[in-house]
Ligand binder design. Structure first.
Ligand code: IPE
Ligand code: IPE
Ligand code: MG
Length: 247
């Protein structure tokens, strides 16, 4: 099946979020060390980023490192952090060529300084690009983000610039790391796991969830088209009944 030709351009999601999972198992299947899986996961990132921009997706958020991932063996953490430096440095020119802006969400200041520096360079050097925004979630977790938001809102209330009853959807959204970015219509998780693992909790309240057994390094452009095709064939009712949607 060629899914790309079946996609309806007017019905594309504006924002796709992906939990890139299964690098370790991919490597293990090949009798290789886990880090080999991460290295190969980078090509999938490149393919999916390119495919998304080509289609006209405006935001692509990739879960690259969670707050829980600090609990992994330090050897693996170091390898991931170095891979990030290497990848960001190498990809800046392609991002610019493809008019893609890089941004990041998460506790970035806690990243190793070399990773932080490469990330900031990538963000700075691509800040004027307009075709698509690539958001890397690094040292990110949804609970971290919600705690931060509550702290900021709490201080606004404390200093008198906000009343508790004024707290609404908009105020909360303005205080999230994703402020200004529309909620993802489609959330993809690879590797057969059916969980959210502390990713965007607030933002995925009404996202369509797509789970695939494909391991992240095997996720190619065609897999993305298939996920979007699946998304386009769902009925998003937002609490209404089917007849209201069709009319
Ligand atoms: C996803 O692959 C990459 C990160 C979480 C950084 P994993 O490393 O989680 O691979 P599995 O789940 O162990 O196969
Ligand atoms: C989720 O994957 C985090 C990222 C993809 C960065 P994990 O592999 O860390 O998730 P769990 O531990 O299986 O829930
Ligand atoms: Mg995993």
């Amino acid at each position: 099946m060629h899914f790309k030709e079946k996609l309806i351009i007017e019905k594309l999601p504006k924002h796709i979020a992906i939990i890139m999972d299964g690098n370790g198992r991919w490597a293990k299947n090949k009798l290789q060390p886990r880090v080999f899986g991460h290295t190969n996961g980078v090509s999938a990132v490149r393919e999916v980023t390119e495919a998304s921009a080509e289609l006209g997706i405006k935001y692509l958020t990739l879960y690259a490192f969670s707050t829980e991932n600090w609990n992994r063996p330090s050897f693996e953490i170091n390898a991931l952090m170095n891979l990030l430096v290497e990848t960001i440095r190498k990809e800046i020119s392609t991002l610019n060529k493809n008019n893609i802006k890089l941004t990041a969400i998460g506790g970035l200041e806690k990243l190793p300084s070399s990773t932080y520096k490469a990330l900031m360079e990538g963000i700075e050097q691509t800040k004027n690009n307009t075709r698509m925004t690539l958001v890397l979630a690094l040292n990110y977790s949804a609970k971290w983000e919600l705690i931060k938001a509550m702290q900021s809102i709490g201080s606004l209330v404390q200093n008198g610039s906000l009343l508790p009853e004024q707290i609404d959807d908009q105020i909360i959204e303005q205080n999230l790391a994703t402020s200004g970015i529309p909620d993802p219509e489609l959330l993809i998780r690879t590797s057969g796991e059916h969980r959210i693992s502390n990713f965007l909790l607030w933002q995925i309240a009404y996202s369509e969830l797509y789970f695939t057994n494909t391991l992240w390094p095997d996720f190619h452009k065609e897999n993305l088209y298939e996920a979007i095709y699946d998304f386009q064939n769902r009925e998003r009712r937002f609490g209404k009944i089917s007849e209201q949607i069709q009319s």
